[in-house]
Structures are given as C-alpha cells and as structure tokens.
Design a protein around this ligand. Structure first.
Ligand code: XUL
Length: 514
C-alpha cells in the first residue's frame, strides 16, 4: 500500500496528510494550530507581536515543535506511519532561518530520547525569522534596485520585494553584522524543515527559491552578482538548489519514535503556492488557481517565461517543470474574519445573507480591508479604505463591499497572467458560496472547487508520490483533484462588474495614496 506523507507548514499552523496513491484516497489528516496548540510561543496568528506594523517575525522553534506534535498526533490517531514510503512538504514562502556552524552536527546526531526543540535551540544564529508578511525592507529593496537595475526582475522573476528573502538577508547583515557573520547557513522555512527530516542540509527547490530575489531562473543557479550585492559572502551561506524536487535522502532515525521507517525517501520541499498548484491539479494553462488563505494568491502555470511589467507579480519554478506566475495579496482570511466579527455576524450570514440582500456592484460602495500593510498594491500605511461611510453601512453592505473589492483588485492585478475561463478556488474560504459566486461574476469565469481545502498539503504528498513512485502528475490529479462544485458566471452580474471596473480601479489607486 503506497502511503505518502505530505506536510504544509503554513503561516498559522502545520498540516500533515497521508494519501493512498493506489486507492486515490486521503487516509489521514492532522493539524497543529500555532495560536491554539502552542500558545507559549506568543504567535497567535503565526507571528510575534511587534510595535512596528511593518515588522513580522516568527519563532523558528515554533515550526520545529509543531513537527514533533503533528507526528505525535498522527501516531496517536493510529495513522499507518510504518507504511509510509515517501515524504514531501511545503512551507510558507520567503521566510528565512539563520543557522550557525553547529547545525550540521546537531542534525546528524538527533536523539529520539529528546525532543526536536531542545536539540535544535543552540543551532540558531538569529532567534527570530522574518516571514512573508514583513514589509520592513523598503530601504534595502531601493538599494538593490539601484545597484542591479532591471536585470534583477529579468533574472529572478521579481523586482526587489520587501518580503523576499534577499532584501531580508541584506537588512540582517546591515543591522546585525556579527549575527550575520555567525551565520553559516540561511535556509528557507521549507528547506529548513526538510533538513530536519533528512538529518542534513537540504537544498531549496526553484518554486520556493524564486521567492528570494537571488535565483537566476534562466540558469537555475544562485546569481553570483545579485548574491554578492545583497550581502557579503552570501553565496557560501545559501543551500544547494534543485530545479524540480528530487529525493534528498533517507528519513533521519530520529523519526522512528513515531513509527516511521528510517531511510524512507524524503523529497525536496517547495513553497506553499507551488505545492498548491500541484494539489489543485491545475496543470492546464487555461485554468488559474485562486487560493484564499492567510494570504490570497492568484496563480497559474505559464509558458514561456514572462515577467509582470507592473512589478507586483512574480515568476516561480513549478515542481512539475517549467514556471508559474503568482500575485499575492496579504489581507486575506484574517481581514475577512475581522470584517465578519466587527459586523457581529456568523459565517453563514457572511456567505449567504450578505449576498442575498445586496446587488452585484454594491451601488459602487467598496472597501479594501488593508488592516495590514498590503503587498498588492503596495501600501505601507495600514487601514481599511472605503469610498463610503463604512462604519454606518449595514453588515450586508460592508461584507459585499469587502468581497467585491478583493475580487476586483485580484482581477486587476492578475490581468498580466492572462484572462482565464476557469478558476479553481481552494483554501478555507472556498466553502463560502457568496465569495465563490462573486469571483465567478467578477472574472466572468467558471469557478470550480476541489474536494480538499488543503491543496498545498495534498500537492506535497503528490510531489512525493511522483518523485519516489514515478506516478504521473496527471494520474494523481485525476485521482485526487476532480472538480467538485461548479459555479457559473451570471450575465447580469458580469455586466455590472465590467461597467464599474474602471471606477473601481480609480478608487483603488486613490486609496493607495491615502
Ligand atoms: C507568496 C506569499 C504568501 C506566502 C504565505 O508570495 O508571500 O502566499 O507563501 O502563504
């Protein structure tokens, strides 16, 4: 029975999923939620409190403890861990982990009698890890843009971006040169967790590596000029690279305490978005994926390579080969939840009543819920922006105002990727019928959902099945990601949105400069 285990280390928790590749079935899932299950780290939404809204760091030991805990939960739930034949994984993109010269020896000597956190705690040269929500590297981005010029975007697929790892490393090297000097290895969250599983340094794949502003996507190598400009001696601190995931080694004997067989193949981890594209089965170039999670993302596979001239979008490697384009919006599910809570309504109201009692276009009343500094478009001063008296609006009007604004903003900033006739919507909000219908109408596209919300964890297990068992991605997608619900665009609503699209665009541009 070929069981494959996939992990998804996301912003707010760690998910693990076991699939049976022969039966086309998901046999087990477990989740550790950081706020609820590991409150002692003081990261309720996955990040540490900081008085500066632009600074977002997490505690890397939180991710490590979650790994022990999720495996313990799988074991206690009777999951067939001793029959797992391959492991894959993914993590939130861009976050970086800083390790000292002791890291390799600590990994090689992991002792099952102790837990992971106590053994790994001495391996860090920096106690906290900047994550993708951090927007505090404006100065470093400007410096890199000035030194390298347009080649930065042409080579790496993205212009200098605040949350990307290169500008984050530059800031660390500038503000804590000693800490930087004591750093022997800088991992992404994905390659860090993979390293723990295999008991040695793991490489970065091109899906996650492209989110660093350091990887040359044409040569599939770290770009020496860009790395040297980013920080002194950086090339030696970076892990190896893989264009597509491969078997990186056998599972460390440490994990036998959970019943896993030491030595089973572990494949290169990737970023959550590339994994989610695989787990949504969206290999067809006419299908785009909208992932509604902590961040909302829009992505699709592309061929040939191309970049976003408006400079918001990115190009990443795709684990199945080739490239994908992505645009990311920081204010996703947490913003929707806050609007719901402030309106004093439940999710049923948010999904159904709010849309039944209002009209598409919402009488041109919109609200961009930029509670956190936004990535797309770039907004550094947080705050909800509306073109009407939001506080005085009814709960219905406020909810539609936010959902429509999110959908129209996504449409606006994904036009460079293409005009898609099918959207596959995944993530927590993919159960919300009001949101699904709004996206269908705004994009004038058929919206499909798949049976599983956790497309990233599924994608990681599929990558493991493909890499270790040779099963084609298409076969896996047919088995695991058939479309479930199909929502068609409605003619009158499509017309309403296309008539007000320009006006919405003007509102968004004005809101950005508030
Ligand atoms: C993508 C991005 C986020 C993170 C967190 O560029 O920043 O989607 O991957 O999920």
């Amino acid at each position: 029975m070929p069981y494959l285990l996939g992990f998804d280390s996301s912003t707010q928790g760690l998910k693990a999923l076991i699939l049976d590749a022969n039966q086309g079935e998901i046999v087990h899932t477990q989740v550790v939620t950081y706020g609820k299950d590991l409150p002692s780290y003081h990261c309720p939404d996955g990040v540490l409190q900081n008085p500066d809204p632009l600074v977002k760091h997490s505690d890397p030991l939180l991710w490590v403890e979650a790994l022990d805990l999720v495996l313990l939960r799988l074991k206690n739930a009777g999951a067939p861990l001793n029959q797992v034949v391959g492991i894959g994984g993914d993590a939130q993109q861009h976050g970086s982990v800083y390790l000292n010269a002791d890291f390799p020896a600590i990994l090689a000597g992991l002792n099952p009698a102790q837990n992971l956190t106590e053994q790994l705690a001495p391996a860090f040269s920096r106690k906290t890890s900047p994550v993708w929500m951090d927007s505090s590297t404006g100065a470093e981005c400007a410096e890199l843009a000035k030194s390298i010029g347009p080649r930065l975007q042409e080579a790496t697929g993205s212009p200098a971006i605040e949350r990307f790892t290169g500008p984050q490393i530059r800031k660390f090297a500038k503000t804590d040169p000693e800490g930087y000097r004591n750093t022997s290895r800088i991992h992404l969250v994905s390659s860090f967790l993979c390293s723990i599983l295999i008991g040695k340094d793991a490489p970065v794949d091109s899906g996650d590596g492209a989110g660093m502003n350091l990887l040359n996507l044409q040569s599939m190598k770290w770009d020496p000029e860009i790395a040297n400009t980013t920080a002194p001696g950086l090339l030696e601190k970076l892990p190896g690279l893989r264009a597509v995931p491969a078997t990186e080694g056998g599972l460390s004997p440490y994990f036998s305490k959970y019943g896993l067989i030491p030595g089973i193949p572990v494949v290169t981890w990737t970023g959550d978005n590339p994994a989610s594209l695989i787990g949504s089965g969206a290999f067809d170039r006419n299908v785009a994926v909208v992932s509604l999670g902590t961040s909302d993302t829009f992505f699709a596979s592309i061929n040939p390579y191309r970049i976003d001239r408006d400079r918001f979008g990115h190009v990443f490697g795709l684990p199945s080969g080739g490239f994908m384009c992505l645009t990311c919006f920081k204010n996703g599910s947490l913003a929707r939840d806050r609007v719901r809570e402030e309106a004093g309504v439940d999710w049923y109201f948010f999904a159904v009543n709010a849309f039944r009692n209002t009209e598409p276009g919402n009488r041109k009343q919109w609200a961009l819920p930029w509670f956190e500094p936004e990535i797309t478009p770039l907004v550094t001063k947080p705050g909800l922006q509306s073109n009407f008296d939001f506080a005085a609006g009814s709960p219905e009007v406020r909810i539609r105002a936010v959902v429509e604004a999110q959908a129209m903003s996504m449409r606006r900033h994904s036009l460079w990727i293409g005009d898609f006739k099918t959207l596959r919507i995944t993530g927590g909000a993919s159960e919300n019928i009001g949101i699904l219908q709004t996206f269908a109408d705004v994009f004038n596209a058929t919206v499909e959902t798949i049976s599983i919300k956790d497309s990233a964890a599924l994608g990681s297990a599929m990558i493991a099945a493909h890499t270790t068992g040779g099963i084609s991605y298409q076969t896996l997608a047919t088995a695991f990601c058939p479309p479930m619900k199909t929502i068609l665009p409605r003619e009158h609503a499509v017309r309403a949105y296309s008539e007000c699209f320009l006006e919405f665009s003007e509102f968004e541009v004005a809101a950005q400069s508030q």
